[in-house]
Design a protein around this ligand. Structure first.
Ligand SMILES: *Cc1c(COP(=O)(O)O)cnc(C)c1O
Length: 349
């Protein structure tokens, strides 16, 4: 069946009619030659940061475009992917009318953002094997369903979802499918960015907070059709990515080899940690991970969490999430941190 998806049917009327705020830095772009800028009421004395940042982050987008083999027109940057996700809500979901579909156990922000934006969050649990329940999702969809949020590799379970299942959702859902790829650099599966041309209802989000080691700068990346990027651009705050962030992100992406080396080390450590965890008597199961963390089912998560905390190790107790009773999530640390964790886990065994 052909997907009859039409983005103009999905965008909120208020957004459709919107003219974006045009900032001084939007109206004139320096061509590099010596110019006098008296248009933005900035302090004229140069200190490296006295000018407003580029609202379209052109240098950074050019670099990302080369690195990820995607046109700049298919990229939007945000103050963390959390801002990108919020923009998607605000562009497409009419408060107190529309709904979105999320697949718990998953990343908590989708629910928080649906609450903030007064959009109903229809939850369809993953199967016990932590895969999307495609038939149930498609049966839950109604005329007001605008977005399905898919987190793959999924947080907190760690697995990447089956390609066929995601494909089925992209093909059969007449709304937007957001694939949150915060952990894709740690995954054996490849990114969905390559499929942007195939699916006009696809939005892929990535972040510099995890593999790129830049959680402190807050930089989220959104990949989508030119049409969707155009809509999101209309509602984004003009200067949402500050100058320091643009500069640091640029430096880090230029250091791609270092990033990949760190990712490799983290993957080696993930395997070591998994093997060690499997040998502990109180660990019942380690879930397969495509991310930089491992989820472990233990005998008593609350007790083990407190024991670790007393020994100054902070992990994440995911027990209150559905299908995650008695689970702890361990982020992969440095080799030294992981050795200490393992020693302490043996101590409390
Ligand atoms: C950590 C994480 C993010 C990152 O969000 P930022 O706002 O970019 O730091 C996004 N999605 C998931 C699933 C995450 O776990």
């Amino acid at each position: 069946m052909k997907n009859t998806f039409n983005i103009q049917d999905l965008v909120r009327d208020t957004v459709k009619d919107l003219k974006p705020y045009s900032s001084a830095r939007d109206e004139y772009v320096s061509d590099g030659s010596e110019m006098i800028f008296l248009d933005a009421n900035e302090n004229p004395f140069e200190n490296g940061l006295n000018r407003y940042p580029d609202p379209q982050q052109r240098s950074l987008k050019t670099l990302l475009s080369e690195e990820k083999q995607v046109s700049e027109k298919n990229i939007l940057l945000g103050n963390g992917s959390d801002e990108v996700l919020d923009l998607i809500f605000r562009a497409f979901c009419e408060p107190n009318q529309d709904n979105v579909i999320t697949l718990p156990p998953t990343y908590g922000m989708y629910k928080v953002l649906s609450g903030i934006n007064a959009v109903e969050n229809k939850e369809v649990l993953l199967t016990t094997g932590f895969e999307p329940d495609v038939d149930k999702i498609l049966n839950t969809v109604n005329k007001s369903s605008k977005i399905i949020f898919i987190c793959s590799p999924n947080n907190p379970t760690g697995n990447a979802f089956s390609l066929e299942k995601i494909e089925k959702l992209l093909t059969n859902f007449q709304g937007i499918v957001v694939i949150d790829e915060a952990y894709v650099d740690f995954s054996s599966e490849k990114s969905w960015v390559k499929s942007l041309n195939k699916y006009s209802n696809l939005i892929v989000t990535q972040t510099m907070s995890k593999a790129y080691g830049m959680a402190g700068i807050r930089l989220g990346i959104c990949y989508a059709s030119e049409e969707i990027i155009g809509i999101l651009n209309k509602i984004k705050p003009p200067y949402n990515v500050n100058q320091l962030t643009q500069y640091q992100a640029l430096k880090r992406v230029l250091d791609e080899t270092l990033v990949q080396e760190e990712v490799k080390k983290i993957l080696i450590e993930r395997n070591i940690l998994t093997k060690e965890l499997e040998q502990l008597s109180f660990v019942e199961h380690i879930y397969k991970s495509d991310a930089n963390f491992v989820l472990a089912k233990v005998d008593d998560a609350n007790k083990r969490y407190e024991e670790l905390l007393a020994l100054k190790i902070v992990v994440r107790n995911r027990s209150n999430q559905p299908l995650c009773e008695n689970t702890l999530r361990f982020t992969v640390g440095t080799p030294n941190e992981n050795r200490k964790l393992i020693a302490i886990l043996k101590e409390i065994e």
